[in-house]
Design a protein around this ligand. Structure first.
Ligand code: HAM
Length: 421
């Protein structure tokens, strides 16, 4: 017997209903905000991903050589592919360009709950603007999108990599030392961070000071720390504006400034943000994004870019943990021919209803009435249509409401009219 590959999943029809519900909600929210859907290939040239992140990333992705000796990779994310597409084809489009996508990604991660080797991202890229109102709208859209799926408890954190770099410089950390501490900050491994800082010869006061500023959400403390640094001052003002717009224009009052947002990918430059669902435990990050630079690296003309991706699978796990009552889709009708002589008429009735956009199934196993009704019930049919010779003589059928058990005779020519009322 075959088993599915490690880190992959099969989805039952019940699970697919949940997935489609979340997908529809997310797609509608993107469209609500003026974003347009695009699609890129599932595999790309490997270099697209190694160019920024270096060869180390090969350890974390699915890469292979095809029969023509080309080095390829299953996409671990969609930002690099979308920017490749933009540089190849879309540079002349009016700005800002608002693009969104929903697609599968592949990472050679160690599988656990909420972390898979094949998973889906719903994300977007905003190309051609970096105003505070653009960033605020982007962050608000991510927040609303997750709220609209029905999630009750999510936390929004906003950080800034320019500010973080300035803080690193204030403590005289070299580039190498910065690279070392970033993942520790990202994973909130405060003990290991302390040890590292002590190895870098910071004294106890400096270490406490460093940890305090990294953990603070107090903008005044950050302002004091960065003092006269110009680029950092500007970024801090931007962060303050973004937060104000989120509160005043979008009524999002529970966002928090978090300097420890580092983001795992190497292309981020300025404002960054993450949304978490605490109910998920270890893999609680539902969404991540921010301002980044890739266009010039890929040979395009410099223009600001930002975006985010929502982890679709984690969103569903979080909704399940919160015991969300997902809408279930029901079959509108199940048609039961009472004998083989009325099969043609029964098929025609089913087809007429399908043509009018009802979901309709018909007994294809020539079952007796009892068994057919049982099957209709198991398929969640709202109504059954019983087609029998006596009713047909009167150009009618019997419609049975599966919930109330109520039955009535309806003229075939009137079924559609009656249903529309
Ligand atoms: P990311 O943070 O690497 O960002 O991924 C975005 C989201 O994908 C995560 O927050 C998480 O929910 C989900 N995710 C990541 N890895 C897995 C996995 N192995 N299993 C299940 N879910 C996972 C990006 O990928 C950026 N491209 C986002 C972005 C778009 N930045 C700018 N534009």
């Amino acid at each position: 017997m075959f088993k599915k590959p490690r880190g992959t999943r099969d989805f039952s029809s019940e699970e697919m209903q949940k997935r489609r519900y979340v997908e529809d909600t997310i797609r509608k929210t993107f469209q609500n905000f003026g974003y347009q859907e695009i699609q890129t290939p599932t595999f790309e040239n490997l270099e697209l991903f190694t160019m920024k992140s270096g060869e180390e990333i090969i350890e974390e992705i699915y890469s292979f050589e095809d029969k023509g000796g080309r080095k390829l990779a299953l996409r671990p994310e969609l930002t690099a592919p979308v920017i490749r597409f933009y540089v190849e084809k879309l540079q002349m489009e009016a700005k800002p360009l608002k693009l969104f996508y929903i697609g599968n990604c592949y990472r050679y991660d160690r599988p656990q709950k909420g972390r898979y080797r094949e998973f889906t991202q719903a994300g977007c890229e905003l190309i051609g603007t970096k105003t505070p109102e653009a960033l605020a709208e982007l962050i608000a859209m991510a927040y609303f999108m997750l709220k609209k799926t029905g999630l009750k408890n999510i936390n929004l954190y906003i950080g800034d990599l320019t500010l973080l770099s300035t803080i690193f410089q204030k403590f005289n950390l070299s580039k190498k030392q910065q690279e070392y501490v970033r993942p520790l900050i990202d994973k909130e491994k405060w003990g290991e961070l302390k040890d590292a800082l002590s190895d870098f010869e910071l004294n106890d006061n400096e270490i406490d000071d460093f940890i305090e500023i990294i953990q603070t959400s107090d903008l005044e403390k950050i302002r004091k720390k960065i003092q006269e640094e110009n680029s950092a001052k500007k970024q801090l003002e931007k962060l303050i504006k973004i937060k104000r717009i989120l509160v005043e224009n979008f009524q999002i009052t529970n966002s928090e400034i978090k300097m420890s947002i580092v983001r795992g990918l190497d292309y981020y430059t300025g404002t960054v943000f993450e949304i978490e669902a605490p109910v998920l435990g270890a893999e609680k990050q539902l969404c991540g994004g921010g301002t980044y630079q890739l266009i010039e690296l890929f040979g395009g003309k410099e223009t600001p870019t930002s975006g985010f991706a929502v982890g679709f699978d984690r969103t569903i796990v979080a909704l399940e943990e919160e015991e969300k009552d997902f809408p279930t889709s029901k079959l509108d009708f199940f048609v039961i021919p009472v004998n083989n002589q009325v099969l043609d008429e029964a098929t025609e009735i089913a087809q007429k209803l399908r043509f009018n956009n009802y979901s309709v199934d018909i007994d294809l196993k020539r079952r007796n009435m009892g068994k057919a009704l049982k099957y209709a019930d198991s398929k969640n049919a709202k109504k059954t249509i019983i087609v029998g010779p006596e009713e047909l003589e009167k150009q009618s059928v019997t419609i049975k409401d599966m919930e109330t058990g109520e039955q009535k005779m309806v003229k075939i020519s009137k079924i559609i009219d009656k249903l529309k009322k």
